[in-house]
Design a protein around this ligand. Structure first.
Ligand code: ATP
Length: 353
């Protein structure tokens, strides 16, 4: 186990007195940095809890110190307000054209799929939580207006507040700051989203939601190659796209269309993920390939894009997502969670997330 993983494992044993979760899952541990035998991290807290959190800081420092190979630890408390992170967005100049960065957001990664139902939202939720567990500041925008699923997957309910009528306060769980376009409409009300409306809503999500400072904003796109994909890539500087596919031919044909679209839009392709790869029976351990296996690896090789990982088809992944705590949070040590966590670690190591 690396020093970083061992430190994270020790920090996970400490409870955040505010949320009741462990301090890593609660997103309190930030900017964990290991250099040789020196470990540094910050605990991001609401300033009004400073007194309560000082003993937690001292315990966290000791916990990191216990790890073999660590000789120096620096843990600091930094102020953060869950309710209203500082608005880091200067008003855009009217003369600005072309794709823009979102101030305060270091990178935007789009998660796309050619075909619906291949597990794009499940992958987005697990990647977001896995990156947060590694200490990254992560935002997740559910841009799937036709079937928003992130509130359920991340276990958040309620509607986002807008105290001043201008800014929108996102929701937060498992260390991930989340906003869903589906939450902007009335529950149970079918909405026909037309192109201009979608464009307006997406821009509103980027510029009016108080994301705070983020290392990475993951955008869970609707399936296919429609208006949301176009608007996102044309209006905002998208640093990379991940295309999720199952191994079947029908899904792969659509995944190829997705990759073509991003290439035309000049959005760098981070890679492909095969979801619902091998299935291992939870009763007998028998391995079978429900949708085939390796189809995405072959397609990725043909298209010249990296294969980021293969996620097994496993009942626990669905049950966890339906239960509001993705598998990387509810069973972080399972092989299923490890498949997601490895992708997250590789993305960080490659400077992509
Ligand atoms: N690896 C997996 N193992 C088991 N179940 C999975 C896996 N990936 C996704 N699922 C399940 O498949 C269903 C569809 O997944 P999900 O909603 O993530 O797909 P999607 O591609 O985002 O769909 P849509 O196109 O409708 O937005 C969900 O019930 C989810 O829990």
């Amino acid at each position: 186990m690396s020093i970083r993983d061992a430190v994270l494992a020790n920090l996970k044993k400490i409870t955040d007195p505010v949320s009741g979760q462990d301090i890593v899952s609660a997103g309190v541990v930030r900017a964990l940095n290991v250099e040789g035998d020196t470990v540094r991290f910050v605990l991001e807290i609401d300033p009004k809890n400073a007194d309560k959190m000082e003993p937690v800081r001292a315990t966290a420092e000791k916990a990191a110190q216990m790890v073999d190979g660590v000789s120096k630890v620096s843990a600091m408390l930094t102020a953060h307000s869950d309710k209203a992170p500082p608005d880091l967005k200067p008003k855009p100049k009217p003369s600005q054209t072309g794709p823009q960065a979102v101030p305060g957001v270091e990178r935007i990664i789009a998660v796309a799929s050619g075909k619906g139902g291949v597990g794009k939202s499940t992958v987005s939720a697990n990647l977001a939580c896995a990156l947060a567990a590694e200490g990254r500041r992560v935002g997740l925008l559910d841009a799937d207006v036709y079937g928003p699923s992130q509130p359920r997957m991340l276990g958040v309910s309620g509607r986002p507040a807008s105290p001043d009528g201008k800014t929108i306060l996102p929701l937060r769980n498992h260390g991930v700051t989340m906003m869903s376009m589906g939450l902007m409409t009335n529950e149970g009300q079918a909405v026909v989203w037309r192109g201009p409306m979608l464009m307006g809503a997406l821009q509103q999500m980027m510029s009016q939601v108080q994301w705070g400072a983020l290392d990475v904003l993951i955008v869970d796109l609707p399936p296919g190659t429609g208006d949301v994909q176009l608007t996102l890539s044309q209006k905002f500087k998208v640093d990379g796209a991940i295309v999720v596919s199952t191994p079947q031919d029908v899904a792969l044909i659509d995944a190829r269309k997705g990759i073509d679209m991003f290439r035309q839009l000049k959005t760098p392709i981070v890679g492909m993920i095969e979801n619902m790869s091998t299935h291992i029976c939870s009763n007998c351990g028998h391995e079978e390939h429900v949708f085939g296996h390796g189809g995405v690896a072959a397609e990725a090789a043909e298209l010249g894009v990296p294969l980021l990982g293969e996620i097994p088809l496993h009942l626990d992944i669905r049950v966890a997502a339906d239960g509001g705590a993705p598998i990387v949070v509810s069973k972080p040590d399972s092989p299923q969670a490890e498949a997601f966590r490895k992708i997250a670690r590789d993305l960080i190591a490659a400077g992509k997330a």
